[in-house]
Design a protein around this ligand. Structure first.
Ligand code: PA5
Length: 400
């Protein structure tokens, strides 16, 4: 269960009813516009795909020590966010799951090659466009390395591609080489694809019940997401330009990264939008907290809490550690309000796939709605494409 509290540490707004008709129009857009299949959970994932994910995840678990997922941005952040949230702090999964493709670090790549030298490997390369430089580069490099270890027939069985149904270099490769492949639904963009095969295959390999994520999303009271979007919009129009997604459980950091990416790419365009940042407390209470408490009054927070994790009793305070953590988060919010750093609170009763599925769907709806409220297209990212085009041009020039 998740509870949403957008009142206790929020300012009082007098005129939010003005949003009613806008939200009705947005609900219609979410059902009818292009790139919105993620909104209809019966379209974003079907029983056939779920069965394929489950069979493939069994095959992966049985045949490798290391499962490497290559991709960047929306292609990987959801799965990484979920897996990091559920992974024990000091124990690796079996198979180990490694996400690569989010940097061009030569040290990282060379250490990785060294690390997997004596390990059985399966790769899942995920790219909707099939043209992302980092993803293609890592895939090509790793493929060549793995030819030293596996005969071509065996290697082909160790490559799984998730990409567009028809377009792109990866789909061409699948058609040519016969790799196992999944279709990234064409009417869903990268950052809205966590609750599709993109996010759910890695999560199934990790060992979580993927049905529960979908059930959680289906159980969301969508009005909560629309309310969040309205409050964010109202704050933005009063000069709040930064939103901190704040958690008091460090395991949620990667999920906050997903939130950052989702909101930044959805709303940061045409010189508009709220800059999303991530804070992990209590660490950031001793760094960013100073700014939130006394700095320029440009920000607000969306706090994501978990009510109960483990039973650890702290004798000195006669409290469970979770109680202490929750108490601190409330006191921090109370003190931040003095600087007009208001907070929305989202509290999961426990860390469960159901709750995380619901949280992700909530964030997706809030982000898309926020963009529509600013008259923006939520589903493109022209700024990102701009740099990709420049890089490709430069590479072409150099190779002439
Ligand atoms: O959300 C998005 O659409 C982007 O973040 C993409 O996921 C990211 O740029 C990677 O693109 P692709 O999946 O085409 O490789």
């Amino acid at each position: 269960m998740i509870t949403f509290d957008f009142v206790s540490y929020m300012k009082e707004f007098s005129n939010l009813d003005n949003y009613d008709s806008k939200i009705e129009k947005i609900k219609y857009k979410l059902k009818t516009e292009d790139m919105t299949d993620w909104y209809d959970l019966n379209k974003s994932i079907t029983e056939d795909v779920i069965n394929d994910i489950l069979d493939t995840s069994d095959y992966i678990k049985d045949n490798c020590d290391v499962f490497i997922i290559i991709g960047t941005g929306g292609s990987v952040l959801g799965a990484k966010g979920i897996i990091d949230a559920f992974k024990p702090y000091f124990k690796n999964n079996n198979p180990e799951i490694i996400f690569i493709g989010t940097s061009l670090s030569s040290t990282y790549l060379s250490d990785l090659i060294d690390y997997i030298k004596d390990k059985e490997v399966i790769i899942n390369v995920i790219s909707k466009s099939g043209t992302t430089l980092e993803t293609n580069l890592y895939f090509d490099y790793l493929y060549k390395e793995l030819t030293k270890k596996y005969e071509s027939d065996e290697l082909n069985k160790r490559i799984i591609v998730t990409t567009d149904d028809k377009e792109g270099k990866l789909r061409e490769l699948v058609n040519k080489e016969g790799y196992k492949s999944f279709v990234l639904p064409s009417n869903i963009g990268g950052r809205y694809s966590t609750l599709t095969v993109v996010g759910l295959l890695p999560v199934a390999v990790f060992g979580l019940n993927i049905y529960e994520f979908i059930e959680g999303a289906k159980g969301l009271n969508k009005d909560m997401a629309f309310s969040h979007a309205i409050i964010r919009d109202a704050l933005y129009r009063e000069g709040k330009l930064v939103e901190s997604f704040t958690a008091y459980e460090p395991k949620l950091l990667s999920l906050l990264e997903l939130a950052k990416q989702l909101f930044a790419e959805t709303q940061g365009k045409e010189n508009k939008g709220i800059l999303p940042v991530a804070s992990i407390n209590t660490a950031d209470l001793h760094s960013l907290g100073q700014f939130y408490q006394e700095g320029a009054q440009i920000l607000f927070e969306t706090v994501i809490n978990i009510n109960k994790t483990k039973d650890i009793y702290i004798e000195k305070y006669d409290k469970n550690l979770d109680e202490l953590n929750m108490m601190i988060s409330n006191q921090v919010a109370k003190s931040h309000v003095k600087n007009t750093t208001y907070s929305n609170f989202i509290t999961m009763n426990e860390l469960t796939p159901y709750n995380i599925g619901q949280l992700i769907y909530f964030l997706e709806i809030s982000a898309a709605t926020g963009a529509y409220l600013l008259n923006l297209n939520p589903f493109n990212q022209p700024g990102v494409n701009e740099y990709k085009t420049l890089v490709n041009k430069e590479l072409l020039n150099e190779n002439k």
